[in-house]
Structure formats: structure tokens, C-alpha cells
Design a protein around this ligand. Sequence first.
Ligand code: SF4
Length: 200
Amino acid sequence: MSALTQLHEEIARCTRCELAKHRTNVVPGEGAENAEIMFIGEAPGWHEDQQGRPFVGPAGQFLDQLLASIGLRREQVFIANVIKGRPPGNRDPLPQEILACRPWLDRQIEIIRPKMIVTLGRYSMAMFFPGKSISKAHGTFHKQDGIIYYAMYHPAAALHQQSLRKTIEEDMLKIPSLLAKAKSMTEVESPAQQLRMFES
Ligand code: SF4
């Protein structure tokens, strides 16, 4: 059994927060164990809770289209959420739930070791872009511990606010060049050299 499968079995038994009482299925995430890109959304919704899979409702269909726009399928990336269980009524996750669930996400990142983490929406962004607002941070990135963190709106935002659709599509199109730089960066020794590559 792979380390990730083993971890997901542990997550399925998790009762660290109240959300354990409300779920039909836990939704740990899915995709390639050696994915170069991880997409991290907010929390499972009704469809995800029913199927135990992330991003399978309307927002997930849009995410599939976005992935296709850069030549990727969901099996080639890893898709997860900040929270692994559905908050009742799709309410916002509570701070204590985010805190309780965070170690699972950290362990997924440790196992997958992606070159790039794309945050989808403000809850995911808040973990890696502290103090930033999504309206300013979307489409921007920073590098930490060898990983490029890139912020985007949640795909569901386009379903509620049609005007954001184009913004989300344009932000997605920046990912391939960022990933290419992230990959070549690992071959460059000096931090100063790495910085110059991203400024070019
Ligand atoms: S939401 Fe996360 S912390 Fe809470 S019970 Fe589910 S897996 Fe555990």
C-alpha cells in the first residue's frame, strides 16, 4: 500500500473535529502521488460528500475545463481541500476545523512533494498567503522551501459571479510557464539565480 493510500485510510477514520459527525464520506483528495502540481480548494460540498471525491460538482466541472485549457487531466495533478469533511449546509469552515484538519494536508504535501501548489479560494490562500486578500493575491506567486505557491479564485466563484470567469481562466493560463520555471529552478544552485529567473 502506498504512503498516500495509507494516509487516506487514516483520514477516513479521523474524528478530530465535529465534522466527522456530519459526513457521508470523507474526501481526502485524489490524483497522482507524484503530481507536480497540487490544487487545494476549501471543503467538500454535497456532491463531494456523496461520492467521497473532490471537485465533482459544477465547480469541479469548471476545474476540469481549466485543467484542459493547459493540457492537463485531473489524474495528472493532485486535488485536495483544506477541510476533508463537508461542513453542514455548506457553511464556511470554522477556524478550529481548519486547525484540526491542517496536519492531514501537511502530510499530503510531504508525501507528494509538488513543485507547485495552487490555492483555490480564500481559505486555502490564507494558509499560504497570510494577510493577503484574494482580490489582490490572485494571479500572484511566491516561493518557499522549494515550492511555488500560486493563488487563484475558487472555481465556484465563477458560478456565482460570471465576471470572474475570465479572470480565473487567465490566471490558469499562467501556470505552465510558472511550473517550467519551478522545474528549472531546482537545477539552479544559487538563491540569487533563482530570484533572477522569476523576475525575468
Ligand atoms: S474535517 Fe478533517 S479534522 Fe475534521 S473529522 Fe474530518 S478529517 Fe478530521
